[in-house]
Design a protein around this ligand. Structure first.
Ligand code: ADP
Length: 463
């Protein structure tokens, strides 16, 4: 099958979160499964062209190759993509994100014609590419080249919908007929994600539990009704992780490689991490790690409520992430108050993330909702036991045999579960069993890619 993956970020070129991991790993897994895949993403300023052998193909199209022969196309635009960040700066989201990503979606479709690649399926991800199915079914509907091209749309997080003022609608170049309750209108604003949900042939999200949850008012962020309408075309496929990047046996970044047969060497990583964090080097103290956006969604509201209590326990905690200023300030205050307990890195740092996954004992991920979550999958691979709230992909991947799960979202329950983890950690036999179970989990892309191929087949059969 001929497949196009279209996304706004992708490992190894540009990453702000899990979407990039997925968009980078899925094409490789599809190629391994025998599919013909190309990828399209924006040509951001931060992408080091020379490092990835990216060169100009023609006009505004750049390209390179990944895997065996997956062509990656980058759409260039001086005004839209030559900026320091992908989506926004300190002041917030870029005010012209609607123009930036509607431009990207149109150009991605035009690029297919320019390179004469007619796919069976275009696979779009999140609101940044949600306008592509809208343009395909409306703007380009009469163009022969695009006949029978189908779309699969993946929701990585329904909390981010791409909402813009009604006044911006003419910038899309779409007919006003599409701006109503049955179309892209959403409480008086443009909802780009809604467009993707309405016009794609198949919709999926990144775990079975989350695909059910988002059909409810509690998790649907106002789009539960639209999803209920499209229930028969809505699926859930758990993400994989790329074990060539996230494996303690092969990881080139960590202090010492290890496997579940050699967990002593994991201790070397703990020691190195404690030093790096300027925390006391103590073998016996349970070391908690967080690699995350500092956002409510990631559990920072209940963590903030419980942090004083947690810091008084016999543990250490390292936090790596950026996000909400109020959590930056709170955690900075905690570092001042408990310098021997907590260490903080307010930045995005891939290498440090590797060191935290390898060096900590317990990975804290108490998200209030979590479409799939990659942090817990990565930590399992490193024998770092995840502690999670039972929701979405966390509920589908972590249980009592490989981690700690609490099912009432409150700081009290979080604290209780942290205490429980500390207790189990002290029991070396139980801990070793947990680590072994965790490291034996396999969330490789191979299985998920097969599921995606089935979805592509379903999409291509749609009338
Ligand atoms: P999200 O909702 O942010 O996409 P996921 O758990 O799905 O959350 O994926 C997050 C990905 O981004 C993981 O690969 C995680 O290791 C990485 N990550 C998050 N924050 C940071 C950071 N500050 N530095 C490095 N990597 C990070």
């Amino acid at each position: 099958m001929k497949i196009v993956i279209c996304a706004s970020e992708m490992v190894p070129f540009a990453k702000t979160g899990g979407l990039a991991d997925v968009a980078g790993a899925l094409p490789l897994a599809l190629e391994k499964a025998g599919e013909e895949v190309i990828v399209i993403m924006p040509h951001y300023k931060g992408i080091p062209d020379a490092k990835f052998a990216i060169s100009k193909l023609k006009n505004d199209i750049y390209h390179t190759v990944i895997g065996k022969k997956i062509k990656v196309y980058f759409i260039d635009n001086e005004v839209y993509f030559r900026r320091d960040s992908l989506y926004g700066d300190k002041a917030g989201d870029y005010s012209d994100n609607l123009e930036r990503f509607s431009f990207f979606c149109k150009r991605a479709l035009e690029l297919l014609k320019a390179i004469d690649f007619k796919p069976q399926v275009i696979h779009c991800h999140d609101w940044q590419t949600a306008l592509l199915p809208v343009y395909l079914k409306n703007y380009y509907a009469k163009d022969n080249f695009y006949q029978d091209v189908k779309t699969v749309f993946t929701i990585h997080n329904i909390g981010y919908q791409g909402l813009f003022p009604k006044e911006d609608f003419p910038k899309l170049g779409l007919d006003w007929d599409l701006y109503n309750m049955e179309g892209l209108e959403f409480f008086g604003r443009i909802n780009v994600l809604k467009g993707g949900l309405l016009f794609s042939d198949i919709i999926n999200t990144v775990s079975p539990t989350y695909s059910r949850e988002i059909q409810s008012a509690k998790f649907g962020f106002g789009l539960e009704g639209v999803l209920a309408q499209r229930k028969d075309s809505l699926f859930g496929i758990i993400n994989g992780i790329d074990y060539s990047i996230w494996s303690p046996e092969k990881d080139q970044i960590i202090a010492k490689n290890y496997s579940f047969r050699d967990l002593k060497s994991k201790g070397r990583n703990k020691e190195a991490l404690q030093k790096l964090c300027k925390l006391p080097v103590k073998k016996e103290v349970p070391f908690f790690g967080i690699v995350s956006r500092l956002a409510e969604q990631k559990g920072f509201d209940i963590l903030a409520e419980g942090i004083n209590h947690i810091c008084k326990m016999d543990l250490q905690l390292v936090i790596l992430g950026t996000g909400n200023l109020k959590y930056h300030l709170l955690m900075e205050e905690m570092v001042k108050k408990y310098p021997e307990v907590i260490s903080l890195f307010l930045k995005f740092d891939d290498a440090l993330a590797h060191k935290i996954y390898a060096g900590s004992d317990i990975f804290l991920m108490p998200s209030s909702y979590e479409p799939c979550g990659l942090g817990q999958l990565i930590s399992l691979s490193y024998g770092t036991i995840p502690l999670v709230f039972k929701t979405g992909g966390l509920a589908d991947t972590v249980n009592a045999s490989n981690g700690f799960v609490f099912d009432k979202y409150s700081s009290l329950d979080l604290i209780k579960t942290v205490k429980k983890a500390i207790k189990v950690y002290a029991d070396k036999t139980k801990w070793a069993k947990l680590q072994e179970k965790a490291m034996q989990c396999n969330f490789s892309w191979e299985g998920s890619a097969k599921e995606y191929i089935k979805l592509y087949e379903k999409a291509s059969q749609k009338k």
